[in-house]
Write a new protein. Structure first.
Length: 319
């Protein structure tokens, strides 16, 4: 029986068009780039309002990539519809963030363990206090492992998800003292929607500027924070042998060096791609879960159970 909620006012894809795992950059052009560069036989499944969504194969595993737009209201709509109407199980945000902590630098990779926020997005779930939603532990565990296989040591910790880009509140110093790594504008809504739906979400971001170090990348450089994965297995482009892929990678790094960049530019999306490949169409681990993995599952299940109890299923949609 077809889903009566499909299509939506924002997504005109058909039922079954999306894979169970979706990579979600903010910029529609970044979505197009990821799909056309790394997916085999990518198919455009959504272009409503210019928000491009594609589905293809990455190393034989079905993967989708779709833009979220900027801010929590936008990613709140797209992640809600993907989780609740299109059967998506995992959304991995791959985007940029502004550095807060002195421990991170421009072009470093950060992964959001939790997300502080100044948004009231979470009030709809009936919790009257302050909420800092968490990522899915199983995605976090696998993303860190994927990054380390590539020789990347990501910084893992809290993000600050803000409703305000030009913020006059002076919060950055206070958040820095609390150990917040970086500021962005989407992860809190994504994590809350995942918790409410009983699904999985993770934010993997590249630091594009730093609030206290006076370092930043321009708009073009941010758009080019795309990834050619640097490990041997993931560097293969569709239809290429490993040697050809390595030649392509060396050429790209040479072009980057010619304009003053370095190989860290190439790390933005790679852990997300490897994670999507590892997930395939399921989240089942072949090996027995570790004790840490079981503890993470316990806290995640308790957290999502609380959120789901606070609101009836099938939340209201603005018209």
């Amino acid at each position: 029986m077809s889903n009566p909620n499909i299509p939506t006012p924002h997504i005109t894809a058909k039922e079954g068009d999306f894979a169970r795992t979706v990579l979600m950059p903010g910029d529609p052009l970044r979505s197009k780039f990821i799909a056309e560069t790394y997916l085999e036989n990518p198919v455009l499944v959504n272009d409503t309002r210019g928000v491009q969504g594609y589905t293809g194969l990455y190393h034989g595993k079905r993967v989708s990539v779709m833009a979220s737009g900027m801010g929590m209201p936008s990613i709140g709509i797209y992640s809600y519809e993907l989780f609740n109407f299109y059967g998506v199980e995992n959304i991995i945000r791959v985007g940029t963030a502004g550095g807060l902590s002195d421990s991170v630098n421009v072009r470093d990779v950060v992964i959001g363990l939790s997300s502080y926020t100044n948004s009231n997005f979470g009030r709809q779930f009936g919790f009257d206090g302050n909420v800092a939603p968490c990522c899915s532990f199983k995605l976090l565990e696998q993303a860190v492992a994927a990054a380390r296989r590539m020789g990347i040591e990501p910084s893992v910790g809290p993000l600050y998800s803000s409703d305000i880009f030009y913020d006059e509140s002076g919060m950055s110093g206070k958040l820095k003292k609390l150990g917040v790594l970086a500021v962005e504008m989407e992860s809190a809504a994504l994590y809350l929607n995942a918790a409410r739906a009983g699904k999985n979400a993770l934010a993997i971001c590249t630091i594009s500027d730093h609030l206290s170090k006076n370092e930043s990348l321009d708009a073009q450089a941010r758009r080019e924070l795309q990834t050619v994965p640097l490990d041997g297995s993931a560097a293969d482009r569709p239809g290429e042998e490993p040697r050809a892929a390595r030649k392509h990678l060396r050429a790209r790094l040479a072009r980057r060096a010619a304009v003053g960049g370095d190989e860290r530019d190439e790390h933005a999306v790679a852990p997300g791609l490897l994670l999507a490949r590892d997930l395939g169409e399921n989240l089942l681990h072949k090996a027995p879960p570790s004790a840490a993995h079981r503890r993470g599952h316990f806290f995640w299940n308790e957290y999502t159970s609380f959120v789901r109890k606070k609101q009836p299923a099938g939340g209201k949609r603005w018209t």
